[in-house]
Design a protein around this ligand. Structure first.
Ligand code: NDP
Ligand code: 2IT
Length: 447
């Protein structure tokens, strides 16, 4: 390995030894940059890799809130402002009991390169809390969000840092947080994205990550295999925002989606998922995916998550969470005929799973390229807020499609230019990295 990369990796592993998810993504990205680093000695001179792997700012804070019975709870809140070279920090907020600094740093690090790939002027950040929204009443969610924002508002702003949704944060939570920001700051600005359509939100933002995932996948299938979604069987994990709109677009493009999941188990509907049933369960009633079989008795429900990857499919779209496909699940997918994997979730494939895809010639669209449609549309929401204007659904959708096709080609071209033609993981890392590096070099170092 290149000596500079080796040295930086060793330093990060020593300094952040207790952050396995962060180390996983840093290792993946740095290892794919070997040729670039060899060709650009000026990066080492400017300490670029050391600077890139250390967040500009990490904010950790107490979030105190009261439940409906009057009991006081304390959670931990985070915002990692990772890199502002190309624009204000931008990235989602995750509310899930598993949230810790390692997870927020891995998501923030990925976000730097993803946001760079969108071609829009946004830096990388991420935040969240170990608060568990499951089983909480609306008023408990509201009090938590208000308390979280009471502290977070000190550090964010429309030109500084613009959070959005991620796992556990959708329109309801963004609304409560926005209301509190406005109350405290007396400002109606684009400080959050994913807002409601009546108060500054963008059409297509709700659909954007899932739709964008399918637009990029469709372009990959067309350009690398002269193929398309039409007539394909698709397995999608998760049943949240990304999974639902990936199902909708894949179906519109002629595929049959046969499985969805949540953290308890998965449903298999060989006739094709009825999305109106899923939307009613998940978006209206906030229920569990197993309720699908009550409405569609010909479908089956199985407890446990990883079994979903044993269902035969042509295309797999993991849209739940990190490390949900391990080496063994990847082997299962390949054995059953899967020829393309595109990641809606962030880092859903373990390094062992990625090695299986690469060994088996599976087309692989990595998360930072494939799921960039959400944040790209967030950046379009910021533009509309600055303009005090709003574009139609069709206008935003067309921009999203153009951006996703452009991301595929930027990744493909970079993979070719740096001697790894068709390796979209290397291409995404390289293309994302080069733009951030050039911005960092332009802006100098603080002495
Ligand atoms: P949601 O909260 O809407 O849905 C998350 C889904 O994933 C749920 O079905 C949930 O099941 C499941 N899930 C979450 N954690 C786990 C876990 N530990 N094990 C198994 N299943 C789990 O989130 P999103 O759809 O917004 O996010 C899904 C993924 O997409 C995440 O990786 C996120 O980072 C990524 N992403 C999201 C974007 C967005 O715009 N929202 C943009 C780009 C990426 P359950 O209900 O049981 O928890
Ligand atoms: O992982 C992601 O890109 C997101 N959760 C969306 C971030 C955003 O700012 O829209």
């Amino acid at each position: 390995m290149n000596a500079y990369i080796e040295e930086v990796l060793a330093k990060v592993k020593q300094r952040d030894a207790h952050e396995p998810e962060f180390l996983q993504t840093v290792e993946e990205v740095l290892k794919s940059l070997e040729t670039v680093i060899d060709q650009h000695p000026e990066y080492q001179k400017a300490g670029l890799l050391e600077r890139l792997t250390e967040p500009e700012r990490v904010i950790e804070f107490r979030v105190t809130w009261t439940d409906d019975a009057g009991k006081v709870h304390v959670n931990r809140g985070y915002r990692v402002q990772f890199n502002s070279a190309i624009g204000p920090y931008k990235g989602g907020l995750r509310l899930h009991p598993s949230v810790n600094l390692s997870i927020i740093k891995f998501l923030g690090f990925e976000q730097i390169f993803k946001n760079s790939l969108t071609t829009l002027p946004i830096g990388g950040g991420k935040g969240g809390s170990d608060f568990d929204p499951k089983g909480k009443s609306d008023t408990e969610i509201m009090r938590f969000c208000q308390s979280f924002m009471t502290e977070l508002q000190r550090y964010i702003g429309p030109d500084t840092d613009v959070p959005a949704g991620d796992i556990g944060v959708g329109g309801r939570e963004i609304g409560y947080m926005y209301g509190q920001y406005k109350r405290l700051r007396n400002e109606h600005t684009g400080v959050l994205t994913g807002k409601g359509l009546n108060w500054g939100g963008s059409l297509t933002r709700t659909e954007a990550t899932g739709y964008g995932l399918c637009y990029l996948t469709q372009e990959m299938l067309k350009c690398m295999k002269n193929d398309s979604f039409a007539g394909k069987t698709v397995v999608i994990s998760g049943s949240g925002n990304v999974a639902i709109y990936a199902t909708e677009k894949a179906t519109q493009l002629g595929a049959k989606v046969v499985a969805l999941s949540d953290s308890n188990g998965y449903i298999h509907d060989p006739d094709g998922i009825k999305l109106d049933v899923v939307k009613d369960i998940k978006e209206v009633r906030r229920g569990r995916i197993k309720e699908y079989v009550d409405a569609v008795p010909t479908a089956t429900y199985t407890e446990g998550c990883s079994g979903i990857w044993t269902i035969p499919c042509d295309i797999a779209l993991p849209c739940a969470t990190q490390n949900e496909i391990d080496g063994a699940s990847a082997e299962e997918l390949v054995k059953n005929g899967c020829f393309a994997v595109a990641e809606g979730a962030n880092m859903p494939s373990t390094p062992e799973a990625i090695a299986v895809y690469q060994r088996s010639g599976v087309l692989y669209a990595p998360a930072k390229a494939a799921n960039a449609g959400g944040v790209a549309t967030s950046a379009l929401e910021m533009s509309q807020n600055s303009l005090r204007y709003s574009w139609s659904f069709e206008e935003v959708d067309a921009k999203l499609k153009g951006i996703m096709e452009g991301i595929f080609h930027a990744c493909y071209d970079a993979s070719k230019e740096y001697g790894e033609e068709g390796d979209l993981m290397a291409g995404a890392n390289i293309a994302g990295f080069l733009k951030v590096c050039s911005a960092m070099l332009d802006q100098g170092v603080a002495y």
